[in-house]
Design a protein around this ligand. Structure first.
Ligand SMILES: Nc1ncnc2c1ncn2[C@@H]1O[C@H](COP(=O)(O)OP(=O)(O)O)[C@@H](O)[C@H]1O
Ligand SMILES: O=C(O)[C@H](O)[C@@H](O)[C@H](O)[C@H](O)COP(=O)(O)O
Length: 171
């Protein structure tokens, strides 16, 4: 899938970033990182208490994700990180120019159901509306693919791999 490529699996909470990101990393033989692990503790506590993050909360987190991406070296890697807004993705691209985004997209009802069924996670389903409100889909000039999240995780991962291959073929 290309030397030096970092794949950022993006999208709202509950859309399957972790699940699909791990499958992509395994399929590509790349290291995987969980974006949630880079949040300062204050961010996790804020979200857990039902308050959405703002830009100021997200900059240090994005810089930590970007540092991981840069640190993967020539081999690249896969990281799950919501990267909801264009300016957040700009920040990640500034840290690691060879970044490609996989936007996992689905309707609110489906994602809400999956999120509600998830256990042991700090993110409350009540924040899903704010996640959709913040979401800015990939622009035509942004290197990446948008992948629908219906079906099994394996189907979504296969769809993402095919879209990445097509993107690569187009360049
Ligand atoms: N394609 C899928 N079909 C059914 N359930 C899924 C699918 N993808 C993810 N899930 C489940 O939905 C929940 C949210 O997925 P997760 O990977 O944690 O999303 P995110 O990392 O974007 O928050 C988890 O409980 C996960 O097991
Ligand atoms: O910028 C944000 O508001 C957060 O990054 C958010 O988008 C993310 O979704 C949470 O960290 C919950 O984690 P999950 O995405 O794994 O639910």
């Amino acid at each position: 899938m290309g030397t030096g490529q970092v794949i950022v699996v993006m999208g709202v909470s509950g859309t399957g970033k972790t699940t699909v990101g791990r499958l992509l990393a395994a399929a590509l033989g790349l290291p995987y990182a969980e974006g949630d692990d880079f949040h300062p503790r204050a961010n996790v506590l804020k979200m857990a208490s039902g308050v959405p993050l703002d830009d100021a909360d997200r900059w240090p987190w994005l810089d930590a994700v970007g540092a991981w991406a840069r640190g993967t070296g020539p081999g690249g890697g896969v990281v799950a990180a919501s990267a909801l807004k264009r300016r957040y993705r700009d920040r990640l691209r500034a840290a690691r120019p060879a970044t490609v985004f996989v936007h996992l997209a689905g309707d609110r009802a489906l994602i809400g159901r999956r999120m509600a069924a998830r256990t042991g996670h700090f993110m409350p389903t009540s924040l899903l509306d704010s996640q959709f409100a913040a979401l800015e889909p990939l622009g035509p000039d942004e290197r990446g693919v948008t992948v629908d999240v219906h079906g099994t995780p394996e189907e979504v991962a296969a769809r993402a791999l095919a879209a990445l291959r097509a993107l690569r073929g187009a360049h």
